[in-house]
Design a protein around this ligand. Structure first.
Ligand SMILES: *[C@@H]1O[C@H](CO)[C@@H](O)[C@H](O)[C@H]1NC(C)=O
Ligand SMILES: *[C@@H]1O[C@H](CO)[C@@H](O)[C@H](O)[C@H]1NC(C)=O
Ligand SMILES: *[C@@H]1O[C@H](CO)[C@@H](O)[C@H](O)[C@H]1NC(C)=O
Length: 259
């Protein structure tokens, strides 16, 4: 994966967070351009595109790493136009749903967002670590998080701003540990997520799965009188389980799986 394409992608993110989400980068790699030869690369009898579909549809589950032969394909997908387009398609649906609702206006109408690969992008990290081909290293990822340099996902930031103007309350619900609460809040604010009702992080004592953790947090929200009208994440564990909210939205993430 060329450094140039990463820089271009990051350039788009930075520009977009400065308030012009429509800005398009001209020289992006077309993800399905045959010359990269990787969309059709076969792995365990699957093409990389089929593998990605299987992952996004939750037919392929509990996987640990991206197939090595799909590294190039996933890199091109993430840094090219398709990732942005897929995210936009999700956000467009979420937005038209949100706009169709008549909110009670009592400050209890909530939209739940996950953080990593949902509102913040760790693409600079993953671009350096094989786009999910390398086994997840908690120590190393934690170091990256502590730098507070994650970027905003432009489409999610656009949705966030619209939701605020519609008078939704925003709740961030993340598997990041409580010890990274400050750096996470600072990072969120720095890239444009300045207002939120709650930032819910995982206590160090919690040992269950992401599904049960997030379900219990949403249940707690409901017990506090909040109505979870929308719930968005990049992982199925963000939107499976109980108290999932009136509607869920799944953003693309072919780089890792959290159960
Ligand atoms: C994880 O990353 C740390 C810090 O870079 C490194 O010291 C360690 O060896 C890595 N662990 C594994 C299992 O690769
Ligand atoms: C976060 O910042 C507050 C205020 O500066 C401090 O009291 C608290 O200990 C910090 N928490 C963590 C987990 O670093
Ligand atoms: C959300 O779901 C709850 C529980 O099913 C339902 O009572 C409520 O009317 C729904 N709200 C909207 C806005 O659809």
């Amino acid at each position: 994966m060329g450094l140039l394409s990463l820089l271009l992608f990051l350039g788009t993110l930075v520009v977009a967070t400065n308030g012009s989400p429509e800005v398009e980068v001209v020289h992006q790699i077309h993800p399905l351009r045959p010359q990269c030869g990787s969309a059709g690369t076969h792995v365990h009898g699957l093409s990389c595109l089929s593998w990605r579909f299987g992952v996004e549809a939750h037919n392929i589950i509990d996987w640990k790493t991206v197939p090595r032969s799909c590294k190039k394909y996933i890199g091109h997908y993430m840094l090219g136009k398709q990732y942005r387009k897929d995210s936009k398609a999700v956000v467009d649906q979420a937005l038209s749903y949100a706009q169709s609702l008549k909110l009670a206006g009592d400050g209890k109408d909530v939209w739940v967002f996950d953080i990593d690969e949902t509102t913040l992008s760790n693409l600079p990290y993953y671009a350096h670590h094989g786009f999910g081909v390398e086994l997840y290293n908690a120590t190393r990822f934690s170091k990256w998080v502590n730098e507070g340099k994650a970027l905003a996902l432009p489409e999610s930031l656009r949705l966030y701003k619209k939701l605020l103007s519609l008078k939704f309350r925003i709740v961030f619900l993340t598997g990041r540990p409580e010890s990274q609460g400050n750096v996470t809040a600072i990072n969120l604010k720095k890239v444009g997520y300045h207002t939120f009702e709650k930032l819910l992080l995982k206590g160090s004592a919690y040992t269950g799965t992401a599904v049960t953790y997030k379900s219990s947090q949403r249940k707690k929200l409901e017990n506090e009188g909040y109505r979870v009208l929308g719930n968005m994440g990049d992982q199925w564990s963000d939107i499976l389980g109980t108290h999932i909210g009136n509607r869920t939205f799944k953003l693309p993430d072919p780089m890792y799986y959290i159960s």
